[in-house]
Write a protein that binds this ligand. Sequence first.
Ligand code: T46
Length: 153
Amino acid sequence: MTVPTALRPDLAPSPRANAASVDDCRLIELPRITDPRGNLTFIEGGAHLPFSIERVYYLYDVPGGAERGGHAHRALQQLLVAVAGSFEVLLDDGRRRRRVRLDRPYRGLLIGPMIWRELDEFSSGSVCLVLASQCYDEADYYRDHAAFVAEVL
Ligand code: T46
């Protein structure tokens, strides 16, 4: 049986989350082991991220002009990395918006709860790797921007 979102305390926005700001979304420099054979970057939950990694997914074969995202999360934290190519992320906390370009495989964008995000300007062959703090849960999403803004303002 599916429990309604309103009855799930784990999905209730925290008082802190209500005050989420686009300025809290930060770029993280990841370790780089350079080598004539090719470079290597690694990510460890807890060490490089403020959460343990529960899920990994990636966006690839994104056609030119396509847009992904267009939602916010109630509780999910994520790190986005352009492991190949580049793309841009629009961040929106309901009051202010900010755009971040990701174009290095050793730099990640940390996005916390209650931040609306839209991804666009994908370069040909780009891959967006995402490390997430929780498994997929559709009830964690705001997919309607007006509903998201009503929640945060
Ligand atoms: C985000 C951006 C960067 C799953 O079944 N499991 C998963 O882990 C995910 C992420 C998605 N799905 C299903 C749900 C939909 O039926 O895959 C379909 C496409 O998902 P969505 O439209 O949410 O994909 P994006 O690229 O717009 O957004 C995703 C994440 O959902 C989101 O959290 O920040 O990538």
